[in-house]
Design a protein around this ligand. Sequence first.
Ligand SMILES: [Zn+2]
Length: 227
Amino acid sequence: MSDLLNNYTRLSRLQFVLSTIGDIFSKTVKFAAIVKQYVYHEPPTEAEKPNDDVAIFSAETRTLRFLHSEMFISEKDRFREFHDYTVMCGQPMATVLLSPQDVCRICHKQLSLDPNPHPIVIYSLNKGTYLGCRLTKFCRKCKLHQHYGYSTQGNEKSYAQDVLDLHFMLSSEDTAFDIELLKDCSNLLVIGATPFSTYASSYNRRFGYNKTERNEQNGTTVKRMKR
Ligand SMILES: [Zn+2]
């Protein structure tokens, strides 16, 4: 097993497979042979016949998963765990929004980082709604504040050219939208002529934020409104 434990590259590949599809592969020789080749960077071979190496690899995988189950939780569960922990610490940082811009757009000198984060609510396409934070850079000379996706100088606000290539859009000082969520929403609004309120209800229901959904889960009978 030291072949796996002492090699971080192999371990990270195995960790990815286990947290993505679980250990089902270790119960099937054909799957186990392919995963072993992937983990050990071996070239793909023709249909693998049962052999001792694969059987040992499967047994090691199951032992590793049993002894170090913490290592193999899914990315989704890991994200939720990290998010809740940072919130409990009083500093949400599951997502940190910081402009990639390093120099002032006016004088081209290096921007300084304001070390005080500002908590924000993030609306994500796949992760639902959660808390993150944003950081600001600034140029003291030009009195310019560089935010994620835009900059301000006095009352003037300028969006960065690549604002739509970023992962999120700051919609207010306290909220940010996943760009993919905006695209998804706009597609449905335009093509499906779906009202925004319907899209919002669908989003809330999907992530269990809908009151009716919660009541249904708790076994409470809810009288539905007539359409
Ligand atoms: Zn400047």
